[in-house]
Design a protein around this ligand. Sequence first.
Ligand SMILES: NC(=O)c1ccc[n+]([C@@H]2O[C@H](COP(=O)([O-])OP(=O)(O)OC[C@H]3O[C@@H](n4cnc5c(N)ncnc54)[C@H](O)[C@@H]3O)[C@@H](O)[C@H]2O)c1
Length: 252
Amino acid sequence: MGRLEEKVAFVTAAGGAIAGATARQFGEEGAAVACVDIVEENVKETAADIEAAGGKAIAITCDVTDEAAVKDAIDKTASTFGKLDIVFNAAAFPDPLLPLHELDLDIWRKTFDVNITGMFIVTKHAIPHMLEAGSGSFINISSIYGARSARKRPAYCSSKGAVRMLSKSIAVDYAEHNIRANSILPGPIETPRLLVANKNMDDVIERHRPHLPAARLGQPEEIAQTAVFLASDESSFMSGNDCFVDGAYNAL
Ligand SMILES: NC(=O)c1ccc[n+]([C@@H]2O[C@H](COP(=O)([O-])OP(=O)(O)OC[C@H]3O[C@@H](n4cnc5c(N)ncnc54)[C@H](O)[C@@H]3O)[C@@H](O)[C@H]2O)c1
């Protein structure tokens, strides 16, 4: 028996590294997975991998900032698999590294639109299905930079701080309905996203070294393992938490 047997999950950014690894682990643990991303080719690949491993999955191309498309995607998930138990919210805009006074308002708005408003939209349309099912678990991807700052990331850091508070609000408002919400705050994880601001992964480790006592980056699968726990009934009394998965980055 998998740890998520009989459960149905909706995973945003499933064409990407962290959410892709999470969708695959959800599938391995027995969940039926709706893989959602703005990039059709990538999300189809994730869903195909889950099916090839013997799991159940559908691929949905959808922009999390488009409310009508999100509602359709969630309704399609519930109608295909019969219900909705788990939402993994991970879509994020790849904002450029700039000091605040050089940041265009458009970029600020786009970062908030994808990173936090998209999460609101997904949550809003998922909750009625969870109320109907009598339970649910939201796993919302913040960042170590939602708890401490980073240079030249004003929009990203602010939006990731907002993710933590949105998760706590959901946790408080829906606790009586057995709906939980937790944030994961990853430290630097070895994904292509890190190469936007760094030449290679050695550069990433060097830049972060003062906060990396293990002198290594995390792997997408290490976020996925935490997500499986938060999605499963093993974490049934855990809600409203900031779960650091950061190799002690925040402790140093
Ligand atoms: N990689 C890290 O070190 C790290 C650290 C902390 C937090 N995070 C967070 O983890 C999450 C995943 O990051 P990743 O490293 O896997 O990045 P990634 O670039 O591999 O994945 C991001 C995915 O989001 C999708 N996406 C972007 N805009 C979207 C939209 N409007 N609607 C739907 N999908 C959209 C992209 O197509 C992409 O597939 C992000 O929220 C990121 O902020 C990453």
